[in-house]
Design a protein around this ligand. Structure first.
Ligand code: ARG
Length: 583
């Protein structure tokens, strides 16, 4: 029988867990997830793993005798060291473990050689995560309206979540839910009929639709007849009248095909372009269902509402029908969710929008549950904060394309000062990829719900915790490997210096970091991990030369750098960044 090579962090965790298991008479698995790899510190050599005795006591796994310190010490003393776990000592309520340096180096290198772009993914920790079909709904701009910073955030965050879920073995459905229905369409179409131009629509569709929309809104403000024309057109749309639907379809198709191109530049794709328009009929069905279930009440004003208050006093309610009987945003979302469950039979669904829609999604899930859709328990809203001051040369951001153009142009200008730019095959392409990484890293550094102020100069710096620095480190490692090639097996004892060991210790945490990100869907854990890895690698690159070192040492170092390079690239890809090889 061929046994799967055990993930290196798990190899050490197992080893420690088996000691604990023997000593305490509990199954090994009890301790696997209780052990965590310790973040590296530059100031001192730290041990590798930590077990919180305090946590074991509070979870009732161990009996509490009232003296945490004594209990921790006794347990630490009972555990036997061996040639893998070389040191075991008690700290405050925790036990520390240091593993053999040689074993550490050997295991990490071995794994990186074997697993390459799957590095870390076979960890027991990650295997323990629930798997299934995940719908991630993200980006979701509105046709003819601005693509604002919030849509950009939703796009990159949703892409990250979809990448992460996918790399952990889930079947991911990436969904874009376009704002493609509503009164604004009536107005847009009415406007297009009076001053739209098919030529311009073909040449520059998003711009033209936006211009028409802005103009018709301005006119509608002062001219009741325009407003009326819009309402009339929307009525025709709701009745699915042919000519109205044809125009609507044209707007939608043209918009989707434009968006596809820009998303491609961003490295993002969608499996499904759905939208609010798809749920017209279903929305009516939802309303009927709510009525028969006795959940929908008609107010004095004639609107249809669902009472969501715990005591039935309407202190919290949601409006599902206007007094004229037309549906609202939430009505369509209810229909959309039910429809997606029917079509995709997902195990979980994730919505990514700014935090101002938090209440909307809470109500949505609550109504679904009230209707008896228990799967709504597995629907989740991932909220994010506001970005202030994202501007381009043209002023306020209107189109996604403008942001990408700006990032590319600024990066190209910065790169033109570096001599390596001339050697590049396609500097524009590199500038675009690096510029996008800068945007992404800036966005992912903190908790997603935090607001932040956008600053082009700061995000594009080559030093510090930026996406540019990450790309730069990756490109330098690539060029080193390109120059020297790499060997298959190396002598681990040549990598026992402080810098190499720090890198290995840091790599022990990779699976935990992915685990954390998978649990709370926050990219910051992975970003911080990759930043530290880049800083460690940059320092190692300065102090551990390959060129001029004895052959065996050079080979060992190359192997180390190649391992770092692989993990950097893997992590970047999960974040939605395309690693560049030259810069
Ligand atoms: N189109 C909406 C907007 O721009 C976002 C849609 C979010 N998704 C949803 N299922 N409601 O605000």
């Amino acid at each position: 029988m061929v046994t799967q090579p055990i993930h290196m962090a798990c190899f050490f965790r197992r080893r420690i867990a088996s000691k604990l298991s023997r000593c305490l008479g509990l199954p090994e698995d009890t301790f696997i997830s209780a052990l965590c790899a310790i973040p590296v510190s530059k100031k001192q050599q730290s041990p590798d793993f930590r077990l919180s005795v305090k946590a074991l006591l509070s979870k009732g796994i161990l009996p509490d005798n009232g003296d945490l310190e004594a209990q921790t010490k006794t347990l630490a003393n009972q555990l036997q060291q061996d040639d893998v776990v070389e040191e075991i000592f008690a700290g405050r309520g925790v036990i520390h473990f240091r593993v053999s340096r040689i074993q550490l180096v050997q295991k990490v290198l071995e794994q990186s050689r074997k697993e390459r772009d799957k590095f870390g993914m076979k960890s027991e920790l990650l295997k323990g995560l629930k798997k299934g079909t995940t719908v991630v709904e993200f980006s979701s701009p509105n046709i003819a309206k601005k693509f604002h910073a919030g849509h950009l955030r939703s796009t990159i965050i949703g892409n990250f979540i979809a990448n992460l879920k996918g790399s952990l073995g889930n079947n991911v459905i990436r969904m874009n839910y376009l704002g493609d229905w509503g009164m604004q369409f009536g107005l847009l179409a009415a406007g297009f009929q009076s001053f739209g131009c098919q030529e311009k629509l073909k040449m520059n569709p998003l711009q033209h639709l936006f211009d028409v929309y802005v103009q018709v809104n301005r006119e509608a403000e002062n001219d009741e007849a325009v407003e009326q024309a819009g309402r009339e057109f929307f009525r025709q749309l709701e009745q699915h009248e042919q000519h109205a639907m044809a125009l609507w379809r044209q707007f939608r198709e043209i918009t989707v095909s434009e968006y596809r191109k820009v998303y491609k530049r961003l490295g993002v794709h969608f499996d499904v372009y759905s939208g609010e328009s798809f749920h017209q009929k279903q929305a009516q069905e939802v309303v009927l269902r709510l009525q028969t279930q006795g959940l929908l009440k008609t107010t004095e004003k004639g609107t249809g509402v669902v009472d969501l208050s715990p005591s039935g006093d309407m202190s919290n309610y949601s409006t599902l029908l206007r007094s004229d009987g037309t549906s609202l945003y939430i009505t369509r979302d209810l229909a959309a969710a039910i429809n997606r469950k029917e079509i995709h039979n997902f195990d979980e669904m994730i919505y990514v929008t700014d935090k101002s829609q938090g209440n909307h999604f809470q109500q949505l899930f609550q109504i679904l549950l009230a209707m008896g859709h228990l799967w709504a328990e597995r629907c989740q809203h991932v909220p994010f904060g506001l970005v202030q001051g994202m501007k381009t040369r043209l002023g306020e951001v209107v189109f996604l394309e403008d942001v990408l153009d700006e990032a590319q142009a600024r990066m190209l200008r910065n790169m033109s000062q570096a001599k390596t730019t001339k050697e590049m095959d396609d500097p524009e392409d590199t500038a675009e990829k690096v510029g996008i990484s800068a945007l992404i890293i800036q966005d992912f550094k903190g908790p997603l719900v935090s607001d932040y102020k956008f600053d082009w100069d700061r995000i594009l710096q080559a030093q510090g915790d930026t996406g540019v620095f990450l790309q730069y480190t990756h490109a330098r490692l690539c060029s080193l490997i390109r120059l020297h090639g790499e060997e298959d097996t190396v002598n681990p004892s040549l990598l026992l210096d402080q810098r190499s060991v720090l890198i290995m210790q840091h790599l022990l945490r990779y699976d935990e970091v992915l685990y954390q990100s998978a649990c709370d869907l926050q990219p910051k854990h992975l970003v911080n991990f990759l930043m530290t890895l880049s800083h460690l690698a940059a320092s190692a690159h300065r102090h551990l030369p390959v060129k001029g070192s004895p052959q065996a040492v050079a080979q060992a170092r190359l192997q180390l750098f190649s391992c770092v390079c692989t993990v950097l690239a893997n992590g970047m890809r999960i974040l939605g960044i395309t690693p560049v090889e030259k810069m």
